[in-house]
Design a protein around this ligand. Structure first.
Ligand SMILES: [Zn+2]
Length: 73
């Protein structure tokens, strides 16, 4: 059976220095997957950036807190 981890279309994968346990699925993991956010709709006066990133557990794809390039995502 193909796992969800194999079918996800992620932007990148990051290696963790130490394995951590996912709050949701209780699995240990040492990589996280990064999914790109593309702005689809925006208020004319909005100063929100055009894109962002979501970091998820590689096993269950629950969003995990992370910082990429100095930005909290
Ligand atoms: Zn998980």
């Amino acid at each position: 059976m193909e796992s969800l981890a194999q079918v996800i279309d992620c932007e990148a994968e990051y290696q963790l220095e130490t394995a951590v346990k996912c709050n949701q699925c209780s699995q240990m993991f040492d990589t996280v997957q990064v999914i790109r956010l593309l702005r689809k709709k925006v208020n004319f006066t909005s100063a929100l950036p055009r894109r962002g990133y979501l970091v998820v557990c590689p096993n269950c794809h629950t969003v995990v807190p992370a910082v990429i390039g100095g930005r909290t995502v």
